[in-house]
Design a protein around this ligand. Structure first.
Ligand SMILES: [Cu+2]
Length: 305
């Protein structure tokens, strides 16, 4: 099903996602059919034992199954997201240093550019607030530094998404994460109820598409302002909108790839995405789009059955 979609350019390092989609639904056709390794073949070291949040409701089997495809593990298929930082200061910007090591144990320095960047970095607090999407800089030795805006106290998960350009994982999309703590009194928020539209900076984004766990479906986003269709979206990271999602409870990650072609500063009002969310439940969507040189981030809760 998904193999004929042009947006599905590369094979996600998604042994876990594939395994989960098989257990959650009969729709096995979501597998990309490109020889993903069986879950049982994954080394035990890739399991997210130490990083699984206590609030996660999924069983350990479920957690393990999701780890490869949704970024919940710090290591997967030989790649490791390593950092000496376990805590960040509250209320002040921070530079978070890390490396990605490859199957040879050395820091990876050669990446394939995806959506104009070698590495995409996301931060989200355990209650799915505080979303940050930044692009770290890399030193010649492979040490990355992500400049993060002041985080609120609480437990955070940091994601690195990249594609090695050489080595054993060449051309494979990899998403890994680590957790950090920000000390202080964490005022966590209840997840807002599921909705089909949200407004940010005067722009209203309306989402449609009946998503089912583990199945590939189109998701359509329509953007309006004062009731009128918006048609002046500017390219941002080679798209008219960048859409990421995090799963309630375990912060599993998904990047929904756009299927709308980009040409000039006149995107909108309708954008389509290739959506394949691996688990049922609530997902917090973060839609980033740009108009007149300003980046907007709309967010809403989407329920997946
Ligand atoms: Cu990015």
């Amino acid at each position: 099903m998904s193999s004929n979609l042009p947006s599905r350019r590369r094979t996600l390092l998604a042994a876990g996602a594939a395994a989960l989609s098989l257990t959650l639904s009969a729709c096995a056709s979501t597998n990309t059919g490109s020889g993903m390794p069986a879950m049982s073949g994954m080394p035990a070291s890739t399991m997210p034992t130490a990083t699984a949040p206590p609030s996660a409701t999924a069983s350990m089997a479920g957690m393990a199954a999701m780890a490869g495809g949704t970024g919940l593990a710090s290591s997967s298929n030989g790649y490791t997201f390593a950092s000496a930082t376990a805590a960040l200061p509250a209320g002040q910007p921070a530079g978070y240093r890390f490396t990605i090591t490859g199957p040879d144990g050395k820091p990876v320095t050669d990446y394939t550019v995806d959506q104009t960047k070698k590495l995409h970095f996301y931060a989200i607090r355990s209650d799915l607030t505080g979303f940050q999407h930044v692009h770290p800089t890399m030193a010649a030795d492979g040490t990355w530094t992500a400049q993060l805006a002041a985080p609120a106290p609480g437990d955070w998960r940091l994601f690195a998404a990249f594609t090695p350009a050489t080595g054993a994982g060449k051309g494979t999309d990899v998403v890994l994460s680590r957790t950090v703590t920000v000390p202080g009194m964490a005022n966590t928020a209840a997840l807002p109820p599921a909705a089909t539209s949200t407004t940010v900076d005067g722009y209203t984004a309306t989402v449609s598409g009946d998503l089912m766990a583990g199945m590939a479906h189109p998701l359509t986003v329509t953007i309006s302002r004062d009731g009128k269709p918006v048609t002046d979206l500017q390219p941002y990271l080679d798209t008219y909108a960048h859409l990421t999602a995090f799963h309630e409870g375990d912060q599993a990650f998904a990047h929904l790839h756009p299927t709308t072609a980009v040409s000039g500063d006149h995107g909108g009002p309708t954008l389509t995405f290739h959506a394949e969310l691996p688990a049922s439940g609530n997902w917090r969507l973060f839609l980033q789009f740009q108009t007149v040189g300003t980046l907007h981030t709309a967010q809403l809760t989407l329920h997946v059955s």
